[in-house]
Design a protein around this ligand. Structure first.
Ligand code: ATP
Length: 519
């Protein structure tokens, strides 16, 4: 994982995630395993909040969407029908010297031409090739390497403008001349070849072809395969959706950018079935807007989001249109949520491969047809990363002695924050304060995730909570016990993470106040 090291903001986020128990490398005690991540105590809470909120908004709070949970390993024919066995490929390139593997469409190269003094561009001399992996700075990096090459070869003249191409566009005669990004030397890169990204396993005792099965690369096919079963249970009428949250697996050639591209990840997908005569573009727009609004509702600023419409010529033959909601990650603007209008391709394919009719009977129109589908598909991990990146903030706050210091704060939307409130007794060696603080913790605990902390100075405890994004801290002090009279008795200090303001609130009003903020 080279990227975070080249990106100061990502480096800070990755290190905070590790230090405070959001995200760890999987199997770290064994040196880790590339493309797999574990979520620690805070990360697990954050993920759960994202999932629960999506499920509530997408399924429970709607009349037209139902949820399912299908198995991760499905009948292998599912993946033949869906096109994944034949077509779920990425072009892969090997470096024979370093043994590193790259995705050809993420490896860029440029021919380096030098125009001799007084000559015109048509008489440029090619002095070699340069290469770089895709990043925010690919073009700048290629330009620098081109200059370096010219210096090394001591060629006089002016560098012609470079035209970066990805490796899938390299001509066969160019491949031996393009340097490997791993070694900087030409001659070790193989031509690109298709690499199927499905992870394979075997079912049962035999290890032959007949026992091959796949870990699902997307959850969507579960919805198509169960379409008939859901319709037959009689609860749904077109237009309606089937949603699911679950793990998916892709043998990504180059997992990277922390949890952005991993080999095991979690998806939240919904297939919205509409009539073949309905206006698909209207529904497509509806779901793009819904997804955007939902991202904003979990604390992602609208200004960080944009839309990318896949060009018609790059769409699969059955696709009517695909729009990605993009997020401005620290490593570049990248796909967060894909919303695809897939026609009736998936259901038709499954009908063909299974021999079972997947037509829908419209009771009112007395007509049978194969429904069309709009699919919003998103990864929990990509949302979580977008939330972390939008929430990360450094500002200034006074330390114990009033000296200003840098404060790291995760400004999570309270409804998504892993810990909603931290409860502190002012001093840990005063049993009355501790007992009162524990009583407040127990009062709030059935309703939200509460963290109790009695260790260290109060300012330090606030900072620890700021760093993990806890929106509220409650301190029980001597005023709570009534030492300054009845007015302040049974009140607590409520401290706001973002404004750092402290207010006095009655314990009897605390729960209602916090619930109003975290819903
Ligand atoms: P990409 O082009 O980034 O590989 P994709 O277009 O193949 O993504 P889809 O097949 O549309 O992705 O998957 C739907 C969603 O699942 C994506 O928008 C993304 O949020 C998530 N996703 C896909 N692949 C990964 C991965 N390797 N790691 C984490 N999330 C992923």
């Amino acid at each position: 994982m080279s990227e975070p090291k080249d990106n100061p903001l990502m480096e800070k986020i990755v290190s905070l995630c590790k230090r405070r128990g959001f995200i760890f490398q999987s199997s770290e005690i064994y040196g880790g395993i590339n493309g797999f991540w574990d979520y620690g105590p805070l990360g697990a809470e954050l993920r759960r909040n994202i999932r629960d909120r999506w499920w509530n908004d997408m399924v429970r709070n709607r009349d037209d969407v139902v949820g399912i949970e299908s198995s991760i390993i499905m009948h292998p024919k599912v993946w033949e029908a869906s096109g994944h066995v034949a077509g779920f490929n990425d072009p892969m390139v090997d470096c024979k010297v370093s043994k590193q593997r790259f995705r050809a469409d993420q490896l860029f190269f440029a021919r380096v031409d030098v125009i001799a003094e007084q000559a015109d561009a048509a008489n440029a001399q090619t002095i070699g090739y340069v290469s770089a992996l895709e990043s925010e700075q690919t073009e700048g990096e290629l330009q620098e390497k081109a200059l370096e090459l010219k210096r090394k070869k001591a060629v006089r003249g002016q560098l012609a403008p470079i035209a970066p191409l990805d490796f899938t566009q390299a001509k066969p005669e160019e491949i031996p001349l393009i340097p490997s990004p791993a070694t900087g030397e030409p001659g070790s890169l193989t031509p690109p070849r298709a690499f199927n990204m499905m992870l394979q396993t075997y079912i049962g005792a035999l290890r032959d072809e007949s026992a091959v099965a796949y870990l699902r690369p997307e959850t969507a096919q579960g919805m198509f395969a169960d379409f008939k079963a859901v319709v037959d249970t009689g609860r749904v009428k077109i237009p309606f959706g089937i949603a699911q949250i679950g793990k998916s697996f892709r043998n990504e050639i180059t997992p990277r950018n922390f949890i952005f591209r991993s080999r095991e990840f979690e998806q939240m997908e919904m297939e919205y079935f509409i009539s073949d005569e309905d206006d698909w573009a209207k529904w497509h727009r509806h779901w793009i807007d819904w997804c955007r609004d939902w991202l904003v509702s979990v604390g992602i600023p609208a200004a960080q989001l944009s839309e990318y419409n896949h060009p018609k010529e790059k769409l699969s033959h059955y696709s009517r249109g695909t729009t990605d909601i993009m997020f401005n990650y620290p490593f570049g603007v990248q796909e967060l949520w894909g919303i695809a209008a897939r026609g009736n391709y998936d259901l038709s394919q499954h009908a063909k491969f299974s021999g079972v009719s997947l037509e829908y009977f419209d009771e009112t129109a007395k007509r049978k047809y194969v429904p069309h589908v709009i699919e919003p598909a998103v990864g929990v991990d990509r949302i979580l990363l977008a939330i972390l990146c939008s929430a990360y903030c450094e500002d200034e706050a006074p330390d114990e002695k009033g000296k200003m210091e840098t404060r790291v704060v995760l400004r999570f939307a309270p409804r998504i924050a892993p810990i909603k409130v931290a409860v502190f007794p002012l001093l840990k060696n005063k049993p009355e304060l501790v007992a009162r603080a524990k009583a407040v913790r127990d009062l709030l605990r059935p309703h939200m995730n509460v963290f109790y902390d009695e260790a260290g100075a109060i300012g330090r405890r606030y900072r620890r909570q700021d760093e993990v994004g806890t929106p509220f801290c409650v301190t029980i002090d001597f005023d709570t016990l009534g030492e300054k009279g009845d007015d302040l008795k049974d009140t607590v200090t409520l401290r706001d993470r973002d404004t750092m303001k402290q207010d006095r609130l009655k314990i009897s009003e605390l729960l209602a106040f916090l619930l109003s903020k975290i819903r």
